[in-house]
Design a binder for this molecule. Structure first.
Ligand code: FAD
Length: 400
């Protein structure tokens, strides 16, 4: 075993850190104060090859691989969690799903623009009936009508949807067939019958929004079916599996952002005649923050390493997503404690970090759902369906 990052990994990490510090950090206020979607920033990240890390060069990818993607996502989330959504929408859950399941024609049409962020992507799965039971709650239908599908229904919490050009959508082509009736589609938002309404969530900032999305007799050509009819659930689980690389990377970045901010604050804040970092109870918090973040980071690197070596990493990705979410919410709460009342002040990033940690604790498989899956996997209850959650660990993550 070798825990050292390669020279290339170190250079990629440094490049991403420089980009985050010089190109992103000074501009956050600009985006957040006027609620401007940071499209130019996403484009610059696309040009740097950040989103294309896991894509072949022939589609415009940088072929840096999963570990480098994890390193980049961590560095960006450390500075600005909101923009780190891009690692899901512009790298994994949208274009990588098209790469894994699309035809050559679909890949060529959509992937190069998505990973360069020339077009904005989204992943439309969750419905109002409950994100944890995505298949059971799915009411959105796709009815075949000649050479088209007609889509009707509603999604919720769809990030980037108000700015998106393209998306991967899940809908039922056979409404009574449970998760076997789900199909996946590539949608374009400039067609009639699509509407996205941002949900008010001021705790996450103003620039990047998650939306309710409505489909009202929205039509797409039959060529926009992704994979085969009825395979949507498998495609979805596979997409989330890859998302469980970038989500924990982003969480580790948020945890590191909390540590960095806390260390600075411990050094500058003087209370009772001494720097607060000199108080042992504050030092205990710092020690736990540092060690737990490093443990989560190693778990992310392991799942990325397995993916880079074309080994199934579904289990490891779920473990790392669960652990990173648990420790990052804890680390963010510790940062909150260290900052005292100033944690709530907008001039410090602590409150945003805590909100994003909580959000990612729930998003892409809540902690409870991860626990259920991890425990059932450990118990080896292959036939269990006790919580009406279709088995997920049986699905291979190694499509490409
Ligand atoms: C800011 C934000 C952005 C998002 N972006 C996207 C996006 O881009 N695309 C997308 O498709 N979705 C997105 N989501 C949705 C996200 O994936 C869901 O919020 C998540 O899956 C949980 O679903 P829910 O919120 O409906 O909670 P629910 O499913 O209603 O769950 C509520 C609580 O009950 C628990 N629970 C539910 N079922 C069980 C069970 N069987 N066993 C134990 N506990 C259970 C859950 O763990 C949770 O604690 C986003 C969410 C947020 C908040």
């Amino acid at each position: 075993m070798n825990f050292n990052l390669s020279q290339e990994n170190k250079e990629v990490k440094r490049l991403a850190a420089d980009f985050a510090n010089k190109e992103i950090a000074p501009n956050i206020e600009k985006y957040e104060s006027n609620g401007a979607f940071p499209k130019d920033l996403l484009r610059s990240m696309g040009k740097q090859g950040f989103f294309g890390a896991c894509f072949p060069e022939k589609y415009g990818g940088s072929e840096l691989g999963f570990l480098n993607l994890a390193l980049i996502a961590e560095e960006i989330a450390r500075v600005y969690p909101a923009i780190s959504y891009g690692f899901n929408m512009q790298a994994m859950t949208c274009p990588f799903t098209i790469l894994n399941w699309g035809t050559e024609e679909q890949i060529e049409k959509y992937v190069p623009d998505l990973i360069m962020a020339n077009t904005i992507g989204m992943f439309a799965l969750t419905e109002p009936g409950g994100g944890s039971d995505a298949a059971g709650a799915m009411k959105t239908t796709a009815r075949r009508d000649g050479d088209e599908y007609v889509i009707n229904g509603q999604k919720v919490f769809i990030t980037f949807a108000n700015e998106a050009d393209v998306g991967v959508l899940f809908a039922k082509t056979e409404p009574d067939a449970g998760h076997k009736g789900i199909s996946a589609f590539i949608i374009e938002t400039d067609r009639p019958g699509f509407e996205a309404r941002p949900i008010a969530m001021s705790g996450l900032g103003n620039a990047v929004r998650s939306c309710e999305v409505f489909f009202d007799d929205y039509r797409i050509p039959k060529e926009n079916l992704l994979g085969e009819e009825g395979k949507g659930f498998k495609i979805c689980m596979n997409a989330l599996d890859y998302g469980r690389l970038t989500v924990p990377s982003r969480l580790v970045g948020i945890a590191q952002g909390c540590i960095d901010a806390s260390l600075n604050y411990c050094d500058e804040r003087v209370v009772g005649g001494q720097k607060i970092g000199e108080y042992q109870m504050i030092q205990h918090l710092i020690a736990d923050m540092v060690v737990e973040t490093e443990a989560a980071r190693l778990m992310v690197h392991k799942s990325a390493f397995l993916k880079d070596n074309r080994e199934a990493a579904t289990r490891e990705s779920a473990h790392s997503k669960y652990f990173a979410a648990e420790i990052t919410t804890k680390v963010a709460k510790s940062a909150f404690e260290i900052f005292g009342g100033y944690a709530l002040a907008d001039e410090y990033p602590v409150m945003k970090f805590l909100n994003y940690a909580n959000m990612l604790h729930t998003g892409e498989g809540s902690a409870n759902i991860q626990r259920v899956l991890i425990a059932e996997d450990a118990l080896d209850w292959k036939d269990a369906n006790r919580h009406n959650i279709p088995r997920r660990f049986e699905l291979s993550s190694d499509i490409r």
